[in-house]
Design a protein around this ligand. Sequence first.
Ligand code: NZQ
Ligand code: ZN
Length: 392
Amino acid sequence: MNNFTFCSPTEFVFGRGTENECGKYVRKYGGTSVLIIYGGGSAVRSGLIGRCKASLAAEDIPCEELSGVQPNPRDDLVYRGIEICREKGIDLILAVGGGSVIDTAKAVAMGAVYDGDFWDFFSGRRADKALPVGVVLTIAAAGSEGSADAVITKTEGMLKRGSSSPAIRPKFSILDPELTQTLPAYQTACGATDIMAHTFERYFTNTKEVEITDRLCEAVLLTMVKETPRVIADPDNYDARANIMWAGMVAHNNITGVGREQDWNSHGIEHELSALYDCAHGAGLAVIFPAWMEFVYKHDVMRFCQLATRVFGVKMNFADPEATALEGIKRLRQFLHSIGMPINFAELGAKEEDIPVLVEKFGIGDGETGGFVHLKAADIAEIYRIAAGARL
Ligand code: NZQ
Ligand code: ZN
Protein backbone atom coordinates (compact mmCIF):
# COMPACT_ATOMS: atom_id res chain seq x y z
CA MET A 1 0.00 0.00 0.00
CA ASN A 2 1.24 3.49 -0.84
CA ASN A 3 1.50 6.34 1.68
CA PHE A 4 -1.51 8.64 1.73
CA THR A 5 -3.42 11.33 3.58
CA PHE A 6 -7.21 11.21 3.67
CA CYS A 7 -9.39 14.06 4.86
CA SER A 8 -13.11 13.85 4.10
CA PRO A 9 -14.53 16.58 6.34
CA THR A 10 -18.07 16.69 4.93
CA GLU A 11 -20.83 16.20 7.51
CA PHE A 12 -23.32 13.68 6.11
CA VAL A 13 -26.92 13.85 7.25
CA PHE A 14 -28.74 10.71 6.10
CA GLY A 15 -32.36 9.61 6.12
CA ARG A 16 -36.01 10.39 5.62
CA GLY A 17 -37.05 14.02 5.93
CA THR A 18 -33.52 15.30 6.59
CA GLU A 19 -33.85 17.96 3.85
CA ASN A 20 -36.13 19.82 6.25
CA GLU A 21 -33.08 20.44 8.43
CA CYS A 22 -31.03 22.17 5.73
CA GLY A 23 -31.56 25.60 7.31
CA LYS A 24 -30.05 24.35 10.55
CA TYR A 25 -26.95 23.09 8.76
CA VAL A 26 -26.60 26.27 6.71
CA ARG A 27 -26.52 28.19 9.97
CA LYS A 28 -24.09 25.72 11.54
CA TYR A 29 -21.63 26.29 8.69
CA GLY A 30 -21.85 30.08 8.85
CA GLY A 31 -24.36 30.85 6.10
CA THR A 32 -26.22 34.13 6.58
CA SER A 33 -27.05 34.85 2.93
CA VAL A 34 -27.54 31.85 0.65
CA LEU A 35 -27.63 31.12 -3.07
CA ILE A 36 -29.77 28.04 -3.80
CA ILE A 37 -28.79 26.37 -7.07
CA TYR A 38 -31.00 23.75 -8.73
CA GLY A 39 -31.75 22.10 -12.04
CA GLY A 40 -34.37 21.99 -14.74
CA GLY A 41 -37.49 21.40 -12.70
CA SER A 42 -37.64 18.06 -10.86
CA ALA A 43 -36.81 19.62 -7.48
CA VAL A 44 -39.51 22.26 -7.95
CA ARG A 45 -42.15 19.75 -9.07
CA SER A 46 -41.49 17.48 -6.09
CA GLY A 47 -41.86 20.41 -3.70
CA LEU A 48 -38.26 20.00 -2.51
CA ILE A 49 -37.20 23.57 -3.28
CA GLY A 50 -40.20 24.84 -1.34
CA ARG A 51 -39.24 22.69 1.65
CA CYS A 52 -35.62 23.87 1.54
CA LYS A 53 -36.72 27.51 1.38
CA ALA A 54 -39.08 26.97 4.30
CA SER A 55 -36.22 25.46 6.30
CA LEU A 56 -34.02 28.49 5.54
CA ALA A 57 -36.87 30.87 6.42
CA ALA A 58 -37.31 29.10 9.76
CA GLU A 59 -33.73 30.11 10.53
CA ASP A 60 -34.27 33.67 9.18
CA ILE A 61 -31.72 33.10 6.42
CA PRO A 62 -32.42 35.06 3.21
CA CYS A 63 -31.78 33.35 -0.13
CA GLU A 64 -31.31 34.02 -3.82
CA GLU A 65 -32.01 31.39 -6.49
CA LEU A 66 -30.24 30.20 -9.62
CA SER A 67 -32.19 27.55 -11.55
CA GLY A 68 -31.88 25.80 -14.88
CA VAL A 69 -28.69 23.79 -14.42
CA GLN A 70 -28.68 21.20 -17.19
CA PRO A 71 -26.98 17.79 -17.18
CA ASN A 72 -23.36 18.21 -18.33
CA PRO A 73 -23.47 21.70 -16.77
CA ARG A 74 -22.23 24.72 -18.72
CA ASP A 75 -19.99 27.63 -17.88
CA ASP A 76 -22.57 30.35 -18.66
CA LEU A 77 -24.63 29.53 -15.57
CA VAL A 78 -21.47 29.50 -13.46
CA TYR A 79 -20.70 33.09 -14.55
CA ARG A 80 -24.25 34.11 -13.61
CA GLY A 81 -23.90 32.47 -10.21
CA ILE A 82 -20.62 34.28 -9.54
CA GLU A 83 -22.27 37.61 -10.39
CA ILE A 84 -25.15 36.92 -7.99
CA CYS A 85 -22.73 35.97 -5.20
CA ARG A 86 -20.84 39.25 -5.61
CA GLU A 87 -23.92 41.46 -5.97
CA LYS A 88 -25.81 39.95 -3.06
CA GLY A 89 -22.98 39.21 -0.64
CA ILE A 90 -23.67 35.45 -0.65
CA ASP A 91 -21.65 33.54 1.95
CA LEU A 92 -22.85 29.94 1.39
CA ILE A 93 -24.11 28.06 -1.66
CA LEU A 94 -26.78 25.39 -1.29
CA ALA A 95 -26.86 22.89 -4.16
CA VAL A 96 -30.19 21.04 -4.41
CA GLY A 97 -29.86 18.36 -7.06
CA GLY A 98 -27.40 15.91 -8.60
CA GLY A 99 -23.83 16.06 -9.81
CA SER A 100 -24.53 18.76 -12.38
CA VAL A 101 -26.06 21.10 -9.81
CA ILE A 102 -23.41 20.37 -7.18
CA ASP A 103 -20.58 20.88 -9.66
CA THR A 104 -22.09 24.19 -10.77
CA ALA A 105 -22.25 25.22 -7.11
CA LYS A 106 -18.61 24.22 -6.57
CA ALA A 107 -17.48 26.17 -9.63
CA VAL A 108 -19.43 29.25 -8.50
CA ALA A 109 -17.92 28.83 -5.02
CA MET A 110 -14.38 28.93 -6.42
CA GLY A 111 -15.08 31.73 -8.89
CA ALA A 112 -16.83 34.03 -6.42
CA VAL A 113 -13.67 34.48 -4.34
CA TYR A 114 -11.24 34.68 -7.27
CA ASP A 115 -10.28 37.77 -9.26
CA GLY A 116 -9.58 35.93 -12.51
CA ASP A 117 -11.74 33.70 -14.75
CA PHE A 118 -13.11 30.66 -12.87
CA TRP A 119 -12.22 28.54 -15.95
CA ASP A 120 -8.57 28.80 -14.81
CA PHE A 121 -9.51 26.14 -12.22
CA PHE A 122 -10.63 23.84 -15.05
CA SER A 123 -7.41 24.44 -17.00
CA GLY A 124 -4.91 23.20 -14.44
CA ARG A 125 -4.88 25.85 -11.69
CA ARG A 126 -5.79 24.60 -8.19
CA ALA A 127 -8.23 26.60 -6.06
CA ASP A 128 -6.99 27.24 -2.54
CA LYS A 129 -10.23 28.79 -1.36
CA ALA A 130 -13.95 28.77 -2.12
CA LEU A 131 -17.25 29.79 -0.56
CA PRO A 132 -18.69 26.98 1.59
CA VAL A 133 -21.03 24.61 -0.28
CA GLY A 134 -23.88 22.61 1.24
CA VAL A 135 -25.77 19.87 -0.63
CA VAL A 136 -29.25 18.35 -0.69
CA LEU A 137 -28.76 15.34 -2.98
CA THR A 138 -31.51 14.10 -5.33
CA ILE A 139 -29.72 11.37 -7.33
CA ALA A 140 -27.17 8.74 -6.36
CA ALA A 141 -24.58 8.91 -9.10
CA ALA A 142 -21.66 11.32 -9.43
CA GLY A 143 -20.59 11.23 -5.79
CA SER A 144 -19.99 14.98 -5.91
CA GLU A 145 -21.72 15.22 -2.51
CA GLY A 146 -18.54 13.83 -0.95
CA SER A 147 -15.88 14.53 -3.55
CA ALA A 148 -13.26 17.23 -4.02
CA ASP A 149 -14.09 17.41 -7.75
CA ALA A 150 -16.26 19.37 -10.16
CA VAL A 151 -16.84 18.88 -13.90
CA ILE A 152 -18.01 21.75 -16.13
CA THR A 153 -18.42 22.14 -19.90
CA LYS A 154 -17.18 25.28 -21.63
CA THR A 155 -19.79 26.07 -24.25
CA GLU A 156 -17.22 27.50 -26.64
CA GLY A 157 -15.67 24.37 -28.18
CA MET A 158 -17.80 22.11 -25.90
CA LEU A 159 -14.83 21.30 -23.66
CA LYS A 160 -15.77 19.16 -20.65
CA ARG A 161 -13.10 19.49 -17.99
CA GLY A 162 -12.59 18.72 -14.30
CA SER A 163 -11.23 20.60 -11.33
CA SER A 164 -10.09 19.18 -8.02
CA SER A 165 -9.39 20.85 -4.68
CA PRO A 166 -10.02 20.10 -1.01
CA ALA A 167 -11.54 23.61 -0.86
CA ILE A 168 -14.65 22.42 -2.73
CA ARG A 169 -15.55 19.39 -0.65
CA PRO A 170 -19.06 20.18 0.63
CA LYS A 171 -19.32 21.30 4.27
CA PHE A 172 -22.45 19.21 4.67
CA SER A 173 -24.46 16.87 2.46
CA ILE A 174 -28.04 15.91 3.16
CA LEU A 175 -28.88 12.47 1.77
CA ASP A 176 -32.55 11.48 1.87
CA PRO A 177 -33.02 8.30 -0.20
CA GLU A 178 -36.74 9.09 -0.57
CA LEU A 179 -35.83 12.06 -2.77
CA THR A 180 -34.48 9.65 -5.38
CA GLN A 181 -37.81 7.81 -5.74
CA THR A 182 -39.00 10.27 -8.41
CA LEU A 183 -36.08 9.43 -10.73
CA PRO A 184 -36.91 7.89 -14.10
CA ALA A 185 -35.54 4.33 -14.32
CA TYR A 186 -33.04 5.43 -16.96
CA GLN A 187 -31.50 8.08 -14.66
CA THR A 188 -31.40 5.60 -11.78
CA ALA A 189 -29.49 3.18 -14.01
CA CYS A 190 -27.13 5.91 -15.28
CA GLY A 191 -26.36 6.77 -11.68
CA ALA A 192 -25.75 3.13 -10.76
CA THR A 193 -23.36 2.77 -13.69
CA ASP A 194 -21.41 5.84 -12.62
CA ILE A 195 -21.09 4.49 -9.07
CA MET A 196 -19.71 1.22 -10.43
CA ALA A 197 -17.39 3.14 -12.77
CA HIS A 198 -15.93 5.20 -9.89
CA THR A 199 -15.13 1.88 -8.26
CA PHE A 200 -13.54 0.36 -11.36
CA GLU A 201 -11.32 3.44 -11.82
CA ARG A 202 -9.82 2.63 -8.42
CA TYR A 203 -10.04 -1.17 -8.54
CA PHE A 204 -7.76 -1.46 -11.57
CA THR A 205 -4.40 -0.62 -10.05
CA ASN A 206 -0.79 -1.67 -10.26
CA THR A 207 -0.34 -1.25 -6.50
CA LYS A 208 0.10 -4.57 -4.73
CA GLU A 209 -1.18 -5.69 -1.30
CA VAL A 210 -4.27 -3.50 -1.15
CA GLU A 211 -6.68 -6.06 0.28
CA ILE A 212 -8.72 -3.61 2.34
CA THR A 213 -9.48 -1.22 -0.54
CA ASP A 214 -9.99 -4.14 -2.96
CA ARG A 215 -12.60 -5.54 -0.59
CA LEU A 216 -14.26 -2.16 -0.07
CA CYS A 217 -14.51 -1.76 -3.86
CA GLU A 218 -16.01 -5.23 -4.17
CA ALA A 219 -18.55 -4.40 -1.45
CA VAL A 220 -19.70 -1.38 -3.46
CA LEU A 221 -19.90 -3.39 -6.68
CA LEU A 222 -21.77 -6.32 -5.08
CA THR A 223 -24.21 -3.86 -3.50
CA MET A 224 -24.88 -2.20 -6.85
CA VAL A 225 -25.37 -5.55 -8.61
CA LYS A 226 -27.89 -6.57 -5.95
CA GLU A 227 -29.75 -3.30 -5.34
CA THR A 228 -29.99 -1.71 -8.79
CA PRO A 229 -32.40 -4.29 -10.26
CA ARG A 230 -34.49 -3.99 -7.07
CA VAL A 231 -35.03 -0.23 -7.50
CA ILE A 232 -35.61 -0.55 -11.24
CA ALA A 233 -38.37 -3.08 -10.49
CA ASP A 234 -39.69 -1.17 -7.47
CA PRO A 235 -38.75 2.55 -7.54
CA ASP A 236 -40.22 3.14 -4.07
CA ASN A 237 -38.03 0.54 -2.36
CA TYR A 238 -36.56 2.80 0.34
CA ASP A 239 -34.02 0.29 1.64
CA ALA A 240 -32.54 -0.44 -1.77
CA ARG A 241 -32.49 3.33 -2.52
CA ALA A 242 -30.72 3.93 0.79
CA ASN A 243 -28.02 1.35 0.09
CA ILE A 244 -27.43 2.79 -3.37
CA MET A 245 -27.29 6.35 -2.08
CA TRP A 246 -24.62 5.56 0.48
CA ALA A 247 -22.74 3.39 -2.05
CA GLY A 248 -22.58 6.45 -4.33
CA MET A 249 -20.87 8.45 -1.63
CA VAL A 250 -18.52 5.65 -0.56
CA ALA A 251 -17.55 5.02 -4.19
CA HIS A 252 -16.24 8.52 -4.77
CA ASN A 253 -15.08 10.27 -1.61
CA ASN A 254 -11.92 8.19 -2.20
CA ILE A 255 -12.07 5.93 0.84
CA THR A 256 -11.95 3.02 -1.64
CA GLY A 257 -9.01 4.54 -3.52
CA VAL A 258 -6.48 5.66 -0.94
CA GLY A 259 -3.02 4.09 -0.95
CA ARG A 260 -3.31 2.77 -4.48
CA GLU A 261 -2.62 4.00 -7.97
CA GLN A 262 -5.86 4.72 -9.87
CA ASP A 263 -6.62 4.76 -13.59
CA TRP A 264 -9.32 7.30 -14.72
CA ASN A 265 -8.86 6.90 -18.47
CA SER A 266 -12.43 5.65 -18.96
CA HIS A 267 -13.82 8.81 -17.37
CA GLY A 268 -11.72 11.00 -19.66
CA ILE A 269 -12.75 8.94 -22.70
CA GLU A 270 -16.42 9.16 -21.67
CA HIS A 271 -16.33 12.90 -21.01
CA GLU A 272 -15.69 13.48 -24.72
CA LEU A 273 -18.88 11.53 -25.52
CA SER A 274 -21.08 13.49 -23.10
CA ALA A 275 -19.48 16.75 -24.31
CA LEU A 276 -20.11 15.98 -28.00
CA TYR A 277 -23.51 14.25 -27.80
CA ASP A 278 -24.85 15.62 -24.51
CA CYS A 279 -25.60 12.05 -23.39
CA ALA A 280 -25.83 11.11 -19.71
CA HIS A 281 -22.40 10.50 -18.18
CA GLY A 282 -23.45 7.09 -16.80
CA ALA A 283 -24.78 5.96 -20.18
CA GLY A 284 -21.49 6.92 -21.81
CA LEU A 285 -19.60 4.95 -19.17
CA ALA A 286 -21.75 1.86 -19.82
CA VAL A 287 -20.50 1.92 -23.41
CA ILE A 288 -16.87 2.80 -22.62
CA PHE A 289 -15.95 0.79 -19.52
CA PRO A 290 -16.39 -2.75 -20.88
CA ALA A 291 -14.57 -1.65 -24.07
CA TRP A 292 -11.67 -0.26 -22.03
CA MET A 293 -11.56 -3.53 -20.07
CA GLU A 294 -11.39 -5.59 -23.25
CA PHE A 295 -8.54 -3.41 -24.46
CA VAL A 296 -6.42 -3.56 -21.27
CA TYR A 297 -7.25 -6.88 -19.54
CA LYS A 298 -4.05 -8.62 -20.66
CA HIS A 299 -2.06 -6.08 -18.63
CA ASP A 300 -3.13 -7.97 -15.47
CA VAL A 301 -5.34 -10.93 -16.29
CA MET A 302 -5.51 -12.10 -12.68
CA ARG A 303 -6.96 -8.79 -11.49
CA PHE A 304 -9.74 -9.17 -14.05
CA CYS A 305 -10.23 -12.77 -12.88
CA GLN A 306 -10.57 -11.44 -9.33
CA LEU A 307 -13.36 -9.10 -10.46
CA ALA A 308 -15.02 -11.87 -12.48
CA THR A 309 -14.99 -14.42 -9.66
CA ARG A 310 -15.67 -12.21 -6.66
CA VAL A 311 -18.27 -9.85 -8.15
CA PHE A 312 -19.83 -11.59 -11.15
CA GLY A 313 -19.78 -15.16 -9.83
CA VAL A 314 -17.63 -16.58 -12.64
CA LYS A 315 -15.96 -19.91 -11.88
CA MET A 316 -12.18 -19.61 -12.12
CA ASN A 317 -10.76 -21.48 -15.10
CA PHE A 318 -7.14 -22.11 -14.04
CA ALA A 319 -6.29 -23.65 -17.40
CA ASP A 320 -7.46 -20.52 -19.22
CA PRO A 321 -7.47 -17.41 -16.97
CA GLU A 322 -8.11 -15.15 -19.99
CA ALA A 323 -11.43 -16.91 -20.54
CA THR A 324 -12.39 -16.15 -16.93
CA ALA A 325 -11.40 -12.50 -17.29
CA LEU A 326 -13.37 -12.12 -20.52
CA GLU A 327 -16.42 -13.85 -19.04
CA GLY A 328 -16.39 -11.26 -16.21
CA ILE A 329 -16.38 -8.40 -18.72
CA LYS A 330 -19.18 -10.06 -20.67
CA ARG A 331 -21.29 -10.38 -17.50
CA LEU A 332 -20.67 -6.71 -16.68
CA ARG A 333 -21.96 -5.71 -20.12
CA GLN A 334 -24.97 -8.02 -19.73
CA PHE A 335 -25.71 -6.52 -16.33
CA LEU A 336 -25.55 -2.96 -17.67
CA HIS A 337 -27.82 -3.92 -20.56
CA SER A 338 -30.27 -5.58 -18.15
CA ILE A 339 -30.72 -2.32 -16.22
CA GLY A 340 -31.44 -0.42 -19.44
CA MET A 341 -28.03 0.99 -20.34
CA PRO A 342 -26.74 1.29 -23.90
CA ILE A 343 -23.82 -0.97 -24.77
CA ASN A 344 -22.56 0.47 -28.08
CA PHE A 345 -22.38 3.73 -30.04
CA ALA A 346 -25.65 3.18 -31.90
CA GLU A 347 -27.61 2.65 -28.68
CA LEU A 348 -25.96 5.71 -27.12
CA GLY A 349 -26.53 7.93 -30.17
CA ALA A 350 -22.82 8.28 -30.95
CA LYS A 351 -21.25 7.94 -34.42
CA GLU A 352 -18.22 5.85 -35.33
CA GLU A 353 -17.16 8.43 -37.93
CA ASP A 354 -16.70 10.96 -35.12
CA ILE A 355 -13.90 8.94 -33.48
CA PRO A 356 -11.11 11.17 -34.87
CA VAL A 357 -12.92 14.23 -33.46
CA LEU A 358 -13.34 12.55 -30.06
CA VAL A 359 -9.65 11.62 -29.94
CA GLU A 360 -8.61 15.11 -31.04
CA LYS A 361 -10.74 16.71 -28.32
CA PHE A 362 -9.34 14.31 -25.74
CA GLY A 363 -6.22 16.28 -26.45
CA ILE A 364 -3.18 14.22 -25.44
CA GLY A 365 -1.35 14.71 -28.74
CA ASP A 366 1.77 12.51 -28.70
CA GLY A 367 1.60 12.01 -24.93
CA GLU A 368 0.25 9.24 -22.69
CA THR A 369 -2.38 9.18 -19.98
CA GLY A 370 -3.82 6.91 -17.27
CA GLY A 371 -2.66 5.03 -14.18
CA PHE A 372 -3.27 1.29 -14.61
CA VAL A 373 -2.39 1.25 -18.28
CA HIS A 374 -0.86 4.24 -20.06
CA LEU A 375 -2.73 4.98 -23.25
CA LYS A 376 -1.70 6.88 -26.36
CA ALA A 377 -4.08 8.57 -28.81
CA ALA A 378 -4.14 5.47 -31.06
CA ASP A 379 -5.16 3.30 -28.07
CA ILE A 380 -8.00 5.65 -27.22
CA ALA A 381 -9.20 5.50 -30.83
CA GLU A 382 -9.19 1.70 -30.60
CA ILE A 383 -11.24 1.77 -27.38
CA TYR A 384 -13.82 4.00 -29.08
CA ARG A 385 -13.88 1.51 -31.97
CA ILE A 386 -14.46 -1.46 -29.62
CA ALA A 387 -17.21 0.52 -27.89
CA ALA A 388 -18.79 1.48 -31.21
CA GLY A 389 -19.26 -2.13 -32.31
CA ALA A 390 -19.86 -3.85 -28.96
CA ARG A 391 -22.37 -6.71 -28.80
CA LEU A 392 -23.79 -8.72 -25.92
O1 NZQ B 1 -32.63 19.07 -13.86
P1 NZQ B 1 -33.64 18.21 -13.21
O2 NZQ B 1 -35.04 18.51 -13.61
O3 NZQ B 1 -33.48 18.16 -11.71
O4 NZQ B 1 -33.42 16.70 -13.76
C1 NZQ B 1 -32.26 15.95 -13.46
C2 NZQ B 1 -31.41 15.68 -14.69
O5 NZQ B 1 -32.15 15.74 -15.87
C3 NZQ B 1 -32.70 14.56 -13.09
N1 NZQ B 1 -32.95 14.39 -11.67
C4 NZQ B 1 -32.06 14.54 -10.64
N2 NZQ B 1 -32.63 14.21 -9.48
C5 NZQ B 1 -33.92 13.85 -9.78
C6 NZQ B 1 -34.11 13.96 -11.16
N3 NZQ B 1 -35.29 13.66 -11.76
C7 NZQ B 1 -36.30 13.24 -10.97
N4 NZQ B 1 -36.17 13.08 -9.64
C8 NZQ B 1 -35.00 13.38 -9.01
N5 NZQ B 1 -34.89 13.17 -7.69
O6 NZQ B 1 -31.60 13.72 -13.42
C9 NZQ B 1 -30.94 14.27 -14.53
C10 NZQ B 1 -29.44 14.12 -14.34
O7 NZQ B 1 -28.98 14.96 -13.30
P2 NZQ B 1 -27.40 15.21 -13.13
O8 NZQ B 1 -27.20 16.12 -11.99
O9 NZQ B 1 -26.81 15.58 -14.45
O10 NZQ B 1 -26.89 13.72 -12.79
P3 NZQ B 1 -25.58 13.19 -12.13
O11 NZQ B 1 -25.65 13.25 -10.66
O12 NZQ B 1 -25.33 11.89 -12.78
O13 NZQ B 1 -24.42 14.23 -12.56
C11 NZQ B 1 -23.75 14.09 -13.80
C12 NZQ B 1 -22.65 15.13 -13.90
O14 NZQ B 1 -21.66 14.92 -12.87
C13 NZQ B 1 -20.37 14.81 -13.50
C14 NZQ B 1 -20.70 14.19 -14.83
O15 NZQ B 1 -19.64 14.32 -15.75
C15 NZQ B 1 -21.92 14.97 -15.23
O16 NZQ B 1 -21.57 16.24 -15.75
N6 NZQ B 1 -19.46 14.08 -12.61
C16 NZQ B 1 -19.05 14.72 -11.49
C17 NZQ B 1 -18.16 14.15 -10.60
C18 NZQ B 1 -17.74 14.86 -9.37
N7 NZQ B 1 -18.06 16.14 -9.25
O17 NZQ B 1 -17.05 14.31 -8.49
C19 NZQ B 1 -17.58 12.82 -10.84
C20 NZQ B 1 -18.31 12.03 -11.88
O18 NZQ B 1 -17.43 11.08 -12.41
C21 NZQ B 1 -18.91 12.82 -13.00
O19 NZQ B 1 -17.93 13.07 -14.02
ZN1 ZN C 1 -18.33 9.42 -13.03
